[in-house]
Write a protein that binds this ligand. Structure first.
Ligand code: NAD
Length: 346
């Protein structure tokens, strides 16, 4: 005789992911959708967000998409109520420094106002956990030595980084004032599949493939600390799982490279000549060097970057080569307008 077994279903966590159709958010969703969670992705589908980035998982029963803005309080409120949301991970942002120099208004709207709406709702609806995805750029610029730690004073230099720093301050203020359970991740420069081609690495890959000039700002000696997007995602997951409220966590992979080194490496992988490089007028207020000390997340949460840069960059170039259709579909007239404004007069 079979006994009736009582089946105890483990309740799935309902996570609101914002900006999940962008570069990092879509990599994060693809990586973690297989877990015992429900993902509710809110994205406004700006020029940087594409449904196509999540095509391979969009039919999954634990994935749900809502188009709209994070600063639209009523819209977000409805989603929280109807879906019994437990936690929020905020990826949504205007993310490109050069665009923030042309017009900072959308950065203020999304990055500051949008974050404040999410924090208000976190408080109002007793959301159990809130993770703010931030950046190393909030720390400003380093000299030739040293690294950013979580104790480095916030000192942003671009409208983009100032808007992200404002959001970080709001997060900490809401923890302090209202006792919400929130944490911040600050990551260095990401590379990998599905990055919009305005950013350094995909821009250089696409231009090289099309035998177009590769515009390099100033003397090309600005240093960034590169990390593969997959490592960034596992860092955010570690903080989401075990991070402590009121704490920020640096995420980096100790891979400092000058811009010109990156550009030459891409040309080399693609077998293209260095004569394609064109030095152009520097970005105003261009931060010279970023470098991250991520010992805190390594020691406290056991996270570590695992993707070697040389392998990661080769795979990324290969991904773009295999996905030229994706690139051509997401680059539209408005992007070309921006591109010509940015590089046309150099
Ligand atoms: N790319 C990097 O190297 C890097 C490094 C560190 C931190 N970050 C941070 O990680 C997050 C994601 O960056 P990314 O590179 O994936 O950016 P992205 O520009 O590729 O994607 C941003 C996404 O947010 C969406 N979005 C924009 N405004 C919105 C709004 N008002 N409401 C809802 N959705 C909106 C866009 O449609 C897009 O899908 C950002 O917060 C960024 O500041 C990025």
């Amino acid at each position: 005789m079979y006994k009736n077994k009582m089946v105890v279903l483990e309740a799935k966590e309902n996570i609101l992911i914002t900006g999940g159709c962008g570069f990092i958010g879509s990599n994060f969703i693809r990586k973690y959708i297989g877990r015992n969670i429900n993902i509710f992705n809110v994205d406004d589908l700006t020029y940087a967000g594409n449904l196509e980035n999540l095509k391979e998982i969009e039919e999954k029963e634990n994935y749900h998409f809502f188009k709209g803005k994070i600063q639209d309080k009523e819209f977000i409120k409805q989603i929280l109520i109807e879906n019994n949301i437990d936690s929020i991970i905020n990826f949504a942002a205007e993310s490109h420094v050069d665009r923030s120099i042309i017009d900072s208004a959308p950065f203020i709207e999304t990055n500051i106002k949008g974050t404040s709406v999410l924090l208000d709702l976190t408080r109002e609806f007793n959301i159990k956990k809130y993770v703010q995805v931030s950046t190393d750029e909030v720390y400003g610029s380093l000299g030739e030595i040293g690294k950013f730690t979580e104790l480095t004073p916030i000192s942003p230099n671009s409208p983009y980084s100032a808007s992200k720093a404002s959001a970080d301050h709001l997060v900490m203020a809401y923890v302090h004032t209202y006792g919400i359970n929130a944490m911040i991740t600050r990551c260095s420069n990401n590379y990998g599949p599905f990055q919009f081609p305005e950013k350094l690495i995909p821009l250089m890959i696409m231009n090289a493939l099309n035998n177009k000039e590769l515009p390099v700002y100033g003397d090309g000696m600005n240093v960034r600390d590169w990390i593969h997007v997959d490592d960034h995602c596992s860092g955010i997951w570690a903080v989401y799982q075990n991070g402590k409220s009121g704490e920020s966590y640096n995420i980096g992979s100790d891979t400092e490279k000058t811009n010109i080194e990156i550009v030459k490496l891409i040309l080399n992988i693609l077998g293209k000549p260095e004569s394609l490089i064109k030095y152009v007028k520097d970005r105003p207020g261009h931060d010279r060097r970023y470098a991250m000390d991520s010992s805190k997340i390594q020691e406290l949460l056991g996270w570590k970057a695992v993707i070697n840069f040389d392998e990661g960059i080769k795979n990324t170039v290969e991904w773009y080569l295999n996905n030229l259709d994706w690139c051509n579909r997401i680059i539209d007239g408005s992007y070309m307008e921006y591109y010509n404004l940015q590089y046309g007069n150099n």
